[in-house]
Design a protein around this ligand. Sequence first.
Ligand code: AMP
Ligand code: ZN
Length: 464
Amino acid sequence: MKLYNTLGNKVEEFIPHNKELVTMYTCGPTVYHYAHIGNLRTYIFEDILEKTLRYIGYPVKRVMNITDVGHMTSDADEGEDKMLKGAKREHKTVWELAEFYTEAFKKDTEKLNIKWPEVVSKATDHISEYIHMIEVLLKKDIAYSSGGNIYFDVSKAQDYYALSGKNPEDLMVGVRDDVEEDIHKRNPADFGLWFTSSKFNDQAMKWDSPWGVGYPGWHIECSCISIAYLGEYLDIHCGGVDNIFPHHTNEIAQSEAYLGHPWCKYWCHGEHLNDSSGKMSKSKGEFLTVSLLEEKGYDPLSYRYFCLKSHYRNQLVFSYDSLSSAQNEYYKLRKRVLNLKSEKDVFQEEGKTYQEKFRQALENDLNTSSALTVVYDVLKSELNDYTKRSLIEEFDQVLSLDLLKENKQEIDEEFEKWILEKIGERKLAKQNKDFAKADQIREELSKKHVQIKDTREGTIFELV
Ligand code: AMP
Ligand code: ZN
């Protein structure tokens, strides 16, 4: 298996510490709002990585955190706590907010067939581990106390900039005038491990600590949660590219300083999904969520298909047009698979060539678009339907596109009435030579898995 490792910036052969159990840590959501479909692109990539590892024979233990405290609105420890800001916006307690959006996130992952990791752990459940790690860092003189807060001294970290390839000068250029510098830090790149002297008096989540009542910095949770469940040697750590700096850089610094040896070997990052105006955001423009896509008539799995068509390390621009065409392709693909005969037959030897090709595509740094091409190649092949079905069923363990799931939608009376009305409207549009409208109605039906066909007897429909 070849994977691109951000640490070293090259594609490398994946060799786990212990092939009996691959350990994988993925940074989880900050539960102050719904996940946008950009966030979910990263979770789809991580899901494919986990399922590929399993497909090629590795047992995997995957851990994910839920950030419910300490993530500032600016990644560099500045600004306001995202959870606190969310709680004010919704007139909820931070605890209620966390519970609500954790549940919403879980539902989104279910709709996208993203497997829930074996261990999902809330940041607020591990305060004693953070305190312990910080105590060790203080003892080793790598952390220091200043103005009531505890900071990590980056000048004492080994090769602090290895992951990001940045240098201290770059960072100085990055410091924005509108971000107030924390005067307690020795060096602007130092980061907070524990805060007792909060900028916000109404910080709701606080715990006792040897340094006074306070709350943890954002980065410490991932180091401690990972080490607690996966041990001192981690195989793979994932996230989106925005996590490379400062989050993952700081995770490496504090974990390795604490452990006294290298920590994680492979750092894998998914590129962003952008909208036409650039970076996707939860505050500006249209807030793109899975529920919004559904309201607009898209199947969440069409979005998964849309993501799998491109490589996780390429930026992807979202538009409704490209999602619509992905959805059309996806429905056609499903229909072709569902039309395969389901009788038992012999599994043909030639089927193995396709298994090999599928595996090679994924082993090549998760080339999902080539993996999808193998599905189409199977369908085009001379193999018997039983072999085709068996192969696609196997491939769908990784792709998770429900390719063999019978129609997900039942036709009830009300739905049938709606379909017939739409067919009637389309007929009228065609009679009036309003072909644009007729096409638009076809599209609307297609979004609800209804495929229509004009025959001499009239328009017929079927669910795909
Ligand atoms: P957050 O909830 O902000 O902590 O982000 C959750 C995950 O989404 C992290 O792994 C981020 O790196 C990732 N992420 C944030 N924005 C995007 C985006 N536009 N496209 C893809 N992944 C993203
Ligand atoms: Zn993290």
